[in-house]
Design a binder for this molecule. Structure first.
Ligand SMILES: Nc1ncnc2c1ncn2[C@@H]1O[C@H](COP(=O)(O)OP(=O)(O)OP(=O)(O)O)[C@@H](O)[C@H]1O
Ligand SMILES: [Mg+2]
Length: 1050
């Protein structure tokens, strides 16, 4: 309540200021706050001429008809004084009284003004104490503007001789309390209680015909002389009073209406950033960017800053503005599932506090179309692929305009392979179908920004800001050079590496890694980027062999805990390499680890328990794990020479904001690579180019199919127009050498028609190719809805059709085979001995599946024994069955570790296979939903998708639905008694910390917030469903009853 009252005061006070534009007012954060505090009044700004602002303030001034200091109360006082005066002549009395009145009113008015200017800071009690008044009256201010409208009415009545004083008084009485009740009920109740005797006296006295009438007429004279503005503005003022009260009421009832103090957002947002992220102030560039006029005007924007520059915060504030102020949904696109999950965990608490939904669209999570929310808005956080499906579903259901903002993190990914093509399709569709949707893209490595700007019709902002200075070094032999663009050779000598190496160490560590890392660890953190996964493990082990035993003592207890936790979350398994390296504070990190292991290691590294990670380049683009020193083991990723963007991403991890004073990167290179490296460090980042046309079945063909399927385009001309607006359209002159865009469009449409995915409309068969309209066939629709790569849609159709002839349902193997992703098959290289062992152990029913697919045991036996096989066998089917066997074992045993051992595959790859299968299974389900002949698969695939998605005991599924709760954690929670989503949503984080091992306070809070958010989403979806069910359709047939049938006629 007190908060509400002070909020009203804040609004009122700020309204008194002159209002410069937001940009100019935000030159300093402190000023920005005050300016924005007045945003509540922005609404009014359009409704009211500026000159009336000041007079609005009286609505919430401290004086009113109830107050001790009300005009009537003063009249009462005056009457008392008058009665006490010695007898005087009529004239003298008149003047004396008039003077007194004048004085009194002036005092009163000054007091009001003071309260306006000063009470914003005072608390409620202080505010109401008479002693506080007049403390800081501003002599220069015109008091007349501060007369409350309730008092204006009084003056009006005085001026009007026909006005009945009794009526006026009653009206005043009525108006005062009722208005304030709506405004600040509690506050007024308090005042009423305290002041009621006085009010009573005051109003009673007023009713009497007394000397007061006389006084009033004198006051009227004064009032008239000084305040002509009253009568002129009376109606306006009354209207304003009501409006102001309504605003105040809303302010008190809903804190989310407090839009303003923090970049048009509730002040609570700023508090949440301090509370959850420890961010107290924005960086200067962040403030500049947020107050750019193009941002205010909601133009599309691309911004680019070095890594760690704090780009995310700007995007988040813009997203919150969209959700809370403009009340539109927002889509945030991130490149990796892990990043989506990290964001979901981070923003769920904001959603809960500020009243919006945070919805996960990654892996197999996400609804298409998204649930229509009744009141709260949604923030969809999605991977590139899921974002595309989400946008498609919104276009299809005519809801794309509900999307107010699309934010793309790592925008440069638009130039990377098929994922880039999907991102381009998504953005092109948004641009084409919803002009009002704002698009914001950010990146650390952009070069040909002009092309991207043209594509997105966007403004560009960039800065070189880095919160921590980055020093770039190169190491050749035992010499370290500093990268220096001013030097002719781009580098200058820095120092020689002094480290006494034994002969064995020299042999094992020719690159002086031990010397380099021991300069920083264990006090500071270090990342060592290695070219391959195997190399990461080798480096970690090698370093630990030569590290001093003292390293074992550093945070020993926590490292022991980490090992225990690694073991318990993996069902008792522990990677032998980690077992040896973690005690030294060292670990390796690559995709071969399970997601549980990766998460634990990342957390331990962030907390400083681990001081060194030997990792692959994927860490550079993944979750934010900065280091004091970043070492690049070699200028290669696998066998490819480093790209400039990769290099910048990796070295960008150096320097932790708020922790390190400086960050360093050291690239180790051999003499022979020196020339290439010098070019690498001096070159600008690579240009990014559209991959839409290069990726035929995953790019342009899929795009055309969806354009027709979504009715965005109907014919060649429409499609050509659309293509001109794509990123590819912008770059066609550079990218197209042999064919024109027109030719490519024509050819692609022909391909889709020949493939049976599109058809020309019969009516236009004779028409020219340009004019004829197309429609999507059933197969086309199924492929589009299932997001099936068009390279495989025929095969999938054939496989499913064949399955109908004899689907083995005695076990899951056959169904799993049908949902094993085709794209992984080509990368599969079976271990024939393992294959043979597995296939020979199958039950007859399981072997029946292999036989039906045409894979015989004898063929596998021959392969295992290295014999030549004459029989012609489809290699793709054989390999696909091998992957199916892995998945089948996983579903039977649910332990990634034992399956990893059985198939001699890295546990991380097995998890990836599982995730791919879960996702493909849901695609196949959508495919079948569009084709009537496959109805039988629907129920089967729905169940299988669930099994593959969680691949754990059924009881853990509800817990694992919560973002970031993986199997190990779910097991812990389950055995601690948290068995459902409701349990988690109602859990007390403090109790969780005490009952669940290895759970930090931050994690506990995130789990509870994410669970609450998910529960709210589910409840809201159900409510929506109920409403939908009960809604009477607009087109219910009704029969007009004949007069004879009407009840009154019978
Ligand atoms: N104003 C600020 N004050 C203090 N810390 C901040 C501020 N803004 C951002 N940070 C912190 O800086 C770190 C880096 O921010 P962020 O992840 O947004 O960087 P980025 O520009 O997106 O970098 P990258 O290109 O590597 O993704 C985060 O830990 C973030 O919390
Ligand atoms: Mg970022």
């Amino acid at each position: 309540m007190e908060e509400g009252a002070s909020r009203i005061r804040r609004r009122v006070c700020v309204r008194k200021r002159t209002r410069p534009g937001l940009a100019s007012a935000c030159t300093a954060p402190a000023e920005a706050e005050e300016e924005d505090a007045g945003a509540g009044g922005r609404r009014r700004k359009t409704a009211q001429p500026a000159e009336h602002y000041d007079s609005e303030e009286d609505m919430f001034g401290d004086y009113d008809s109830f107050s001790e200091n009300s005009i009537l109360a003063q009249v009462e006082d005056l009457e008392q004084k008058y009665m006490q005066l010695p007898e005087r002549g009529e004239h003298a009395t008149d003047f004396a009284t008039e003077d007194l009145c004048k004085e009194s009113i002036k005092n009163k008015l000054s007091v009001t003004h003071v309260s306006d200017l000063t009470d914003r800071e005072t608390d409620e009690q202080t505010e109401n104490q008479p002693g506080c008044e007049g403390v800081a009256a501003e002599p220069g201010d015109d008091p007349l503007y501060d007369v409350p409208s309730s008092q204006v009415l009084y003056f009006e009545n005085l001026q009007n001789p026909s006005c009945d004083l009794h009526h006026q008084s009653a009206q005043e009485r009525d108006q005062g309390p009722s208005c304030h009740k709506t405004g600040s009920e509690e506050l007024q109740h308090k005042r009423n209680d305290e002041l009621s005797p006085k009010i009573q006296t005051s109003s009673d006295t007023n009713r009497r015909k007394s000397i007061k009438e006389y006084l009033k007429s004198a006051m009227t004279g004064n009032a008239k002389a000084q305040t002509p503005v009253f009568s002129r503005n009376k109606q306006l003022k009354e209207a304003l009073l009501c409006e102001e009260l309504t605003v105040a009421k809303r302010t008190i009832e809903s804190s989310s209406d407090d839009l303003g103090p923090f970049y048009s957002l509730p002040s609570k947002v700023r508090d949440l950033y301090v509370q959850f992220k420890g961010i107290e102030n924005l960086y200067e560039w962040q403030h500049t960017c947020l107050t750019l006029s193009c941002v205010q005007e909601r133009k599309n924007l691309i911004y680019s800053l070095p890594t760690n520059g704090g780009k995310t915060l700007v995007a988040e504030i813009l997203m919150l503005q969209e959700l809370l102020c403009r009340r539109k949904d927002v889509l945030m696109i991130l490149p990796y599932v892990a990043l989506v999950q990290e964001k979901i965990s981070g923003l769920s608490s904001f959603g809960l506090e500020l009243g919006f939904f945070v919805e996960e669209y990654a892996g197999s999570k996400g609804r298409f179309p998204p649930t229509k929310r009744r009141e709260k808005k949604s923030l969809y956080i999605a991977t590139i692929e899921k974002a595309h499906s989400l946008v498609n579903s919104l276009i299809e259901t005519g809801r794309i305009s509900s999307l107010g903002l699309v934010v793309v993190d790592e925008l440069h990914m638009i130039g990377e392979g098929s994922r880039g093509a999907v991102l381009e399709m998504t953005l092109s569709k948004v641009l084409y179908t919803s002009k009002a949707t704002q698009i914001i893209g950010m990146s650390a490595t952009l070069n040909n920004v002009k092309d991207l700007q043209e594509f997105l019709q966007a403004e560009y902002y960039s800065s070189q800001f880095r919160p921590v200075e980055l020093k770039e070094y190169l190491k050749i032999n035992d010499t370290i050079y500093e990268v220096d663009n001013r030097a002719e050779s781009n580098m200058t000598f820095s120092r020689l590496l002094h480290y006494k190496y034994s002969d064995s160490l020299k042999k094992m560590d020719p690159d002086h890694l031990v010397a380099l890392v021991t300069e920083v660890i264990p006090s500071y953190s270090c990342l060592v980027f290695c070219p391959s996964k195997k190399n990461c493990e080798n480096v970690a082990e090698m370093l630990c062999k030569f590290l001093n035993k003292e390293y074992l003592k550093h945070r020993e207890k926590e490292k022991c805990e980490l090992i225990k936790h690694l073991r318990s979350s993996s069902g008792g398994h522990l990677c032998p390499v980690l077992r040896r390296t973690v005690p030294f504070g060292v670990a390796y990190h690559h995709s071969g680890l399970t997601s549980e292991e990766r998460k634990l290691l990342e957390e331990a590294y962030s907390a400083g328990v681990l001081c060194l990670l030997a990792c692959t380049s994927t860490l550079a683009a993944g979750v934010n794990l900065p280091a004091r020193r970043v070492i690049l083991r070699a200028p290669y990723v696998a066998k490819e020479f480093l790209k400039r963007s990769q290099y910048r991403q990796m070295i960008g991890r150096a320097g932790r904001a708020g922790i390190d004073s400086v960050g360093e990167s050291i690239l180790i290179l051999q003499e022979q690579d020196k020339h290439k490296v010098l070019e690498l460090i001096s070159r600008p980042p690579e240009n990014c180019y559209s991959h839409l046309v290069q990726q035929f079945t995953k790019g342009i063909h899929t795009l055309f199919l969806s354009l027709i399927g979504l009715k965005i385009a109907a014919n060649l001309g429409d499609i050509y127009n659309f293509m001109n607006g794509t990123f590819f359209g912008v770059q066609q002159k550079i990218l197209l050498k042999e064919k024109s865009l027109w030719e490519i469009t024509v050819e692609s449409l022909r391909y889709l028609t020949e493939k049976g995915l599109l058809q020309r409309n019969p009516i236009s068969e004779s028409a020219e190719e340009l004019q004829c309209n197309f429609h999507i066939t059933k197969l086309g629709q199924a492929s589009f809805k299932g997001a099936i790569d068009l390279a495989y849609c025929d095969t999938l159709y054939r496989d499913l059709k064949k399955g109908l002839e004899g689907l083995v349902l005695e076990n899951l193997l056959h169904l799993i085979y049908l949902t094993t992703p085709y794209n992984l098959v080509s990368q599969c290289d079976p271990d024939w001995m393992i294959y043979f062992r597995q296939i020979s152990q199958l039950s007859p029913a399981e072997q029946n599946v292999a036989t039906l697919l045409g894979v015989s045991e004898s063929y596998i036996a021959k392969k295992a024994s290295g014999q030549a096989t004459r029989k012609k066998v489809d290699k793709d089917i054989v390999n696909r069955l091998y992957l199916s066997l892995v998945l089948y074992a996983l579903l039977k045993e649910t332990s990634v570790w034992s399956v990893s051992e059985k198939f001699n595959l890295p546990r991380g790859s097995i998890q990836n296979l599982l995730a791919g299968a879960a996702s493909f299974s849901s695609c196949v389900l959508h495919f079948c939903e569009e084709l009537e002949e496959f109805w039988v698969y629907r129920a089967l695939l729905a169940e299988l998708t669930k099994k593959l998605t969680y691949c754990v005991k059924a009881e853990l599924i509800p817990l694992m639905e919560v973002s970031g709760v993986l199997e190990g954690r779910a097991k812990q929670l389950y055995s601690a008694g948290y068995r459902s989503l409701m349990h988690l949503a109602s859990a007390d984080p403090e109790v969780l910390i005490r009952t669940i091992d290895h759970l930090s306070r931050r994690q506990a809070r995130q789990i509870v917030s994410s669970a609450k958010m998910l529960l709210q989403e589910k409840a809201e979806a159900l409510r929506e469903e109920v409403e939908e069910l009960l809604r009477v359709p607009a087109d219910v047939p009704s029969v007009v009853a004949s007069p004879a049938q009407r009840p009154e006629a019978t």
